[in-house]
Design a binder for this molecule. Sequence first.
Ligand SMILES: [Zn+2]
Ligand SMILES: [Zn+2]
Length: 463
Amino acid sequence: MFTYSDHHADDAALSSCGTGGLGEHGRAAQRLERQAAARKVLLAHRIGQAIFDDMLCLDPADLHPGVGNAAEKAAVGEVSLQFGVSRTMAGRWMELGTMLADLPRIRIAFLTGDYTLNRVTILAHALERLDPDLRETAQDTAIALAQRPVTDTVLRDLLDELVITVDPDQAATDREDYADRYLDLTITNDGQGHTAIEATVPAEHGIHLRTRIDTLIEQRLCPDDPRTIGHRRVDALADIHALPGAHLQCRCGLPTCPKRRPGETPPDTTAQPNTTQQPASTLVLERRPDTIARLRGHGAIDPAHADHIAAMPGVTIITTPGPLTPGPLAPGLVTPGAGALSPTTPAAVPVDPTGHGGYHHPPPGALTYTPTTALRAQILATDRYCRYPFCGMPAHRCELDHLVKFDHTNPSAGGWTLPANIAPLCTPDHHRKHLGRWIPHMNTDRTITWHNPETGQSLTTYP
Ligand SMILES: [Zn+2]
Ligand SMILES: [Zn+2]
């Protein structure tokens, strides 16, 4: 579709082409972009490396402690000027090039156009943590995980889980090194009367703060509050810290506001005492003897970290339930918790399309619309995230959807309430599913294949 040389023609092609096959052209352009990015980064690394090597070949008399550091600075500086990017960016490219030197299969996949720059960086950082033998074994698993239709954040969680599984002690050491290198809080002047706050804090502190902010917004604001979600969070953070004049209060202005408390004045700058209760528990640690512990809202954490969090006051520890009991059509195939380590797609066999999970007679609970607490807990522990492609919404914040619709007037005829017919979907994706552009089919290994009948494409998501 594009010439890449006659830009006016390409511009015209964009407005004149039909709508069929646009996705295909888009994906081809995206692949070229990624291929070019891979070449750019690897070239930048070559350029930097040449400068670095030159500096280290100086007269030995000039070699003194710190020359390596100076050589690195010179290399980064040169890449920055050659490409017209910041030193930070140049440093990242150099670092990526260095890591990829030891990861041949990932380097080739990068050149092939399989990854964005961000995704390959996440992959390389994860594998770099393992020692060479383990890295070699883990590389194929990591490549397979990176091909799944998951967001970069979910991929990072899957790779963390992989590293923790392969070498839990290394994972704990890495976490401590990470703290030494990256723990940071900066409060700098932003434009037009504002301040920018940026921080890297331990996961448990981040989750605690996020939960408190979300809870306060939930407690004090009704859906008609006119602020954006970002604005609400800023106001909630200020309230929590009792900053001067800060008080989070609904601004809907409706006399019927359900969040308005008796005697509350319309919002103004009068600070009022913070009377809202703190959430009972902001940290939820999910443990199961046979798998890696997870900090709810964050993801996989190493065993030492889990022990540390478990010892903190006010932490809720949940022992997550055992594997989902597969229906008759899925004997022994569902292995929750092993998702990250079984990257190869087994022949995906669709479950019984009636939504009955292969049962002839409804098992207990199958004809009740709402899943039992036990079934809900099992599904959340197995699926972890929204099962729509490229969504990172944690499962505990999703709705449990019947893939084959439950029939309220005749429950035995519709899809049943059982594992093979239930999956977590976040609210927006639940709505998207109902638009019918991508249609889900559960397979016996609990993968879900999303099929687009219009384009013929399929994407498979994993528990
Ligand atoms: Zn309101
Ligand atoms: Zn979703």
